[in-house]
Design a protein around this ligand. Structure first.
Ligand SMILES: [Zn+2]
Length: 449
């Protein structure tokens, strides 16, 4: 009997060890399985350290990258125009689908592991529209993006400089032509906003200065604030707030900034989503900055200069939220399917984003429309009801300013917001506005939404 008891104990101990071992393995599997699948030595998803499972497609199903064959889109300009969305061969572009959404491409699943051959990841972008935006940027550094503020879908997201990922150039350190080429300027960079920031100052003035719409302002070409001389490109003469935004009068907006105070203005920039980084389909975006300082510095900060910095995606999101009382944050993944086309739940929620009071948004919509009809010229945009603010952002060091053009269409059939930035592009309307016009014409012609 003693022997039987001993054996029972031994078997019991062995069973307990087995259960403990299996439990420990399962815990590790659930916690680390995704990392194991992601490990470049996993033969199911990688060949020679390169991803070999999954496809990246555009919104209409055009294949932009096929991991099994390592091939990109057929058209060279499409490859270049979608470089930052899709990714380069060596994954230097960390915010690209290939790098940042690798898990989804591998199609890792806790039950089947990585044996399914990867997933098809449909991006929201339209390859043909990206191509047009890339051509419109015409070799200049910058970014152009368009998104549907009702659905959140980013239709166009181009960052330049770019290169053909199927035939990558040799890029040497310090090569000016490829400066910051691995950064998606739309998601990962922050730039001096210049006069685009006046939209924020205008919102703060509308909500905090009761008589601001009744006021008449006079611009003599320059004004002295706290020992700092704030200047305009022209003498703007007499105007109301609508006129001040349309003519982009620095003198008026610098004075409003000082009247509002640094804390208020900072709060409005924060509420607009311009200061903190955010995320697009889980891919992080860059933060911005606002620094009031002395009265003179605050004057410059109120017109988008001094130490102000904004991320282009944040500007786009702000414009969408001004355009609609029910705006959705931008996103980049349209859907995910198995390689055989079986639809999978992507689990991506539509996230709403609102700025300021409804009455403020309504007045801003009118003001931004007035910018186009009274100042920039409707003829640039054909029939499109473009609402926009331009920016010509001084970057110092004797460099040509950055050109901005950001806004939206006030058109229920085409609920599109846009942002264009041309680094050292010069005058906002002529450099960036014309790119916006070309992309918007194509977006409204193609989508037919
Ligand atoms: Zn002025």
């Amino acid at each position: 009997m003693k022997q039987v008891k001993q054996r029972t104990f031994l078997v019991g101990a062995l069973v307990l060890l087995l259960v403990l071992g299996v439990t420990a393995f399962l815990i590790r599997y659930f916690v680390s399985g995704r990392d194991w699948a992601d490990f470049a030595a996993n033969g199911h998803a990688f060949t020679d350290g390169r991803l070999s499972a999954g496809q990246v497609l555009d919104r209409s199903g055009a294949v932009l990258y096929d991991a099994a064959s390592g091939t990109y889109a057929e058209d060279r300009t499409v490859r270049k125009a979608t470089l930052h969305a899709v990714g380069d061969r060596d994954n230097n572009i960390s915010t690209s689908a290939k790098a940042a959404l690798r898990d989804r491409l591998i199609g890792y699943n806790i039950l089947t592991g990585t044996t399914t051959g990867g997933h098809k990841l449909y991006l929201t972008i339209d390859a043909a529209l990206n191509r047009i935006a890339c051509q419109a940027l015409d070799g200049r550094k910058g970014t152009a993006a368009v998104y549907n503020y009702e659905t959140g879908e980013i239709l166009c997201m181009v960052s330049t400089p770019a290169f053909d990922p199927a035939d990558p150039p040799e890029i040497r350190d310090g090569d000016g032509a490829y400066e910051g080429v691995y950064l998606n300027r739309f998601l990962s960079s922050a730039f001096v906003p210049g006069s685009v920031f006046k939209v924020v100052t205008a919102a703060a003035a509308l909500e905090n200065i009761p008589d601001v719409l009744e006021r008449r302002f006079t611009c003599t070409g320059s004004t002295d604030i706290g020992g700092e001389t704030i200047t305009c490109y022209h003498t703007h003469g007499e105007m109301d707030l609508y006129g001040a935004l349309a003519s982009s009068c620095n003198c008026v907006f610098a004075q409003l900034a000082v009247e509002l105070g640094s804390d208020t203005l900072r709060q409005y920039a924060a509420d607009a989503g311009l200061l903190e980084g955010s995320a697009v389909s889980g891919i992080p975006t860059a933060a911005g900055s606002f620094d009031g300082g002395t009265d003179g510095e605050l004057g410059w900060a109120g017109v988008g200069q001094h130490n102000d910095l904004v991320n282009p995606c944040a500007v786009l999101t702000m414009m969408g939220a001004i355009a609609s009382d029910d705006a959705v944050r931008p996103r980049l993944v349209a859907k995910e399917t198995s390689m055989s086309g079986l639809s999978l739940l992507s689990g991506e929620r539509t996230e709403r984003f609102a700025v300021w009071k409804a009455s403020t948004r309504q007045i801003l919509r009118e003001m931004l429309r007035n910018d186009v009809t009274a100042e920039y010229g409707q003829e640039m945009f054909g029939e499109l009801a473009v609402c926009a603010k331009s920016g010509t952002a001084e970057v110092g060091g004797g460099q040509t300013p950055h050109a901005w053009f950001a806004g939206f269409l006030d058109d229920p059939a085409h609920p599109l917001a846009f942002v264009v930035l041309v680094e050292n592009g010069g005058f906002g309307v002529s450099a960036a506005g014309s790119i916006a016009a070309q992309v918007l014409q194509a977006a409204t012609a193609e989508s037919g939404e």
